[in-house]
Design a protein around this ligand. Structure first.
Ligand SMILES: Nc1nc2c(ncn2[C@@H]2O[C@H](COP(=O)(O)OP(=O)(O)OP(=O)(O)O)[C@@H](O)[C@H]2O)c(=O)[nH]1
Ligand SMILES: [Mg+2]
Length: 443
């Protein structure tokens, strides 16, 4: 992707009421002036950043010109707002291409913003996260990252390593002064490593927010899986009857649970069956259970033989036992103790669902005070680079002790360079390619 051409692409989903076309680059204004006709000149200074009414291809269209560097990309940017619909959008975009702009590649606008110093790489990644956010929490995390929350923490790590390098180099410049090992250096490295560890720890919650969580409802026939599925999904998606073996296939729904994006799956009740259709359904249930991150194992507490309810149960990590139908629980009945978190609910009476949700969030974030969505959360790319940087810091620490400052400085430079790759301070064309390839066109 070069940064000298003038590029253009629809910035809104085609098919909506309005199509927004974005143009960026040195010829933006000239391209706009060729395709758009109106009473007011968007190039006149008093008209900059103002929506002006005019026409494109004879159809009403709004135009705005935003000279760089105060624009999204940092280049001169023009935007056209035309009638929605694929045909109108295609006519307008073709006119723009004929006027000298070329089609933007996926993520090319944001790439230019990066090149022009408007965003660093973690902020560019946040742009992509904002678009794909599957829940409010994921959206807020992306918003904070776009505002620079993660950049700030990474820059602080980068600067701390950089000042350690300066200290190390100062000792190399004055070798006769004091070559003794200073324990404070090791302390400083340990502090930086702790900052890195906190960032690495945030990666788990970040992955859950970005990728979503697979939650499977499992249990014996008639336990109330489909009833709970419908309650959590907020619609009567799955069939519920008093007949055991009602659900034959897995049923999925994309929902938001406690602010987290969740793929909820209802399954066929687990039991031995001679019916080949049911056997296939049960095999699917077992596959879904094996692949799930969290399993709500539904148990019918009205079953007089409670041991038979738990006979099929597997206690894989992520399992929560959900004793359902407590409205039918006979007074004095003791529910068996289980080696996993357990809650008692009644779907029929919509009671104690809060306890189930609390158990779910405890499972995701861990219990206790700090159990919440982190302020910042690194993604897999940053995680890998932070781990690499931590290894270099550990090596530097080992070199400090015997006074090998030259070697320590070299390890520290590696660590700093690796942290720099996360924000883009240290350049790496492969990383740029990887990040911007995943963007949609127009961003
Ligand atoms: N009293 C009472 N009945 C419930 C409760 N939850 C579900 N039921 C009833 O139990 C029966 C079975 O519910 P389903 O949700 O179809 O059970 P399932 O686990 O999906 O069953 P299969 O699809 O056969 O595996 C239905 O008649 C529900 O109305 C509850 O909390 N209390
Ligand atoms: Mg069912």
């Amino acid at each position: 992707m070069n940064t000298v051409d003038t590029i253009a692409a629809p910035a809104s989903a085609v098919g909506g009421a309005v199509t927004v076309i974005r143009i960026s680059g040195p010829e933006s204004l000239q391209v706009l002036q060729k395709v758009w006709q109106g009473k007011n000149d968007p190039g006149k200074e008093s008209n900059h950043r103002k929506m002006l009414l005019g026409k494109v291809n004879g159809d009403p269209a709004l135009a705005v010109f935003m000279p760089g560097p105060k624009s999204y990309t940092g280049d001169d940017v023009a935007e056209l707002h035309c009638h929605g619909g694929a045909a109108a959008a295609a006519n307008a975009i073709n006119a723009i291409f004929s006027a000298g702009a070329r089609s933007a590649e996926p993520g090319e606008f944001t790439f230019r913003a990066f090149v022009n110093g408007k965003l660093d790489l973690t902020q560019a990644e946040a742009v992509s996260d904002l678009i794909s956010a599957g829940s409010d929490a994921a959206f807020k995390l992306a918003e904070r990252q776009l505002a620079g929350s993660l950049s700030e923490k990474l820059n602080s790590v980068y600067d701390s390593i950089s000042s350690l390098i300066s200290e190390c180099e100062a000792r190399l410049d004055f070798p006769d002064e004091d070559l003794d090992f200073d324990p404070r250096d090791a302390e400083k490295i340990a502090e930086i490593r702790q900052e890195i560890k906190t960032l690495l720890d945030s990666g788990r919650a970040g992955a859950l927010l970005r990728d979503g969580i697979d939650v499977v409802l499992a249990g014996k026939p008639n336990a109330g899986k489909s009833s709970l599925f419908n309650l959590l999904a907020g619609s009567e998606r799955a069939i519920v009857t008093p007949i055991p073996g009602t659900t034959r296939d897995t049923v999925e729904s994309q929902i938001v649970l406690c602010d987290l994006p969740v793929k909820l799956t209802d399954t066929a009740g687990l039991r031995e069956s001679s019916d080949p259709v049911e056997q296939l359904g049960v095999a699917r249930s077992r596959r879904a259970i094996a692949a799930a991150k969290v399993i709500f194992w539904i148990l019918d507490s009205s079953n007089p033989d409670l041991q038979s309810e738990i006979a099929e149960m597997e206690f894989a990590p992520g399992t929560i036992a959900v004793w359902n139908k407590i409205d039918l629980l006979l007074p004095g009945t003791e529910l068996p103790q289980l080696p996993c978190p357990a809650v008692r609910i009644s779907v029929a009476e919509n009671s104690n669902i809060d306890a189930l949700l609390k158990s779910f969030t405890d499972m995701i974030y861990g219990e206790g005070e700090n159990a919440r969505i982190p302020e910042v959360a690194v993604n897999a790319r940053s995680q890998a680079l932070l781990e690499e940087s931590d290894v270099a810091l550990l090596q530097a620490m080992e070199q400090f002790a015997p006074g090998e400052f030259e070697l320590a400085a070299s390890d520290l430079r590696n660590a700093m360079h690796t942290v720099g790759k996360i924000t883009g301070k240290s350049s790496d064309p492969d990383i740029l390619d990887e990040i911007f390839r995943n963007f949609c066109i127009g961003k």
